[in-house]
Write a protein that binds this ligand. Structure first.
Ligand SMILES: [Zn+2]
Length: 189
């Protein structure tokens, strides 16, 4: 079986054109696109022309210390807002709705953070831990080596950034960017 590539994807993410790949496990078709239904790793089988997503087992129900994956949707002076992707509870296949969470500047990294915009940008996919649960919402932390950006996009041309030599590089336009990246950053070469 020829597998093209494994990459981390979130629900709704565009995986392929319907003409190139057919929908496999944990994917669905929308118009001309095959999209992911879960957070997980997309795998492409070039022989059967099937794309499927293997759910990421690191994602569990919300409690303090739980690891979650989300997308940065807004950036303020002292905090960012993250859309936590709908997640499955263990193996019970209960899909939790999309939830917003807050990450304060003081919980981003174990060092002085001058500008939030140099750590996270809108559209970045991050892995974080639930730091606190309050009636108003969820609060996150990313001040550990394994937490931070899993997948970032070029702020000039929106291409996914490659991690190479401790830098994030856009192979399309050459832009070099900085982020608080996770040790599990998805695209390395
Ligand atoms: Zn670029």
């Amino acid at each position: 079986m020829a597998i093209k590539m494994k990459r981390i994807v979130v629900p709704g993410e565009d995986l392929a054109e319907v003409e190139e790949f057919i929908e496999g496990e944990n994917t669905y078709q929308e118009g001309e696109k095959v999209r992911s239904a879960v957070v997980g790793f997309a795998t492409y089988d070039s022989k059967s022309h099937e794309v499927k997503v293997v759910p990421d087992k690191r994602v569990k129900v919300f409690e303090i210390g739980t690891k979650v994956i989300g997308q940065v949707v807004a950036s303020r002076k002292t905090r960012i807002l993250v859309n936590i992707a709908p997640i499955e509870c263990n193996d019970e296949r209960i899909v939790l709705p999309k939830t917003k969470a807050t990450l304060f500047v003081s919980k981003i990294a174990d060092r002085f953070v001058k500008e939030i915009s140099e750590e996270y940008k809108i559209g970045d996919i991050i892995v974080a831990e639930i730091d606190d649960i309050k009636p108003y919402g969820l609060y996150l932390r990313t001040n550990k080596p394994n937490l931070g950006v899993l997948k970032a996009f070029c702020s000039r041309c929106r291409s996914p950034l490659h991690y190479n030599n401790a830098k994030l590089l856009c192979k399309k336009c050459g832009s070099i960017e900085h982020r608080k990246i996770s040790s599990e950053y998805s695209i390395r070469d």
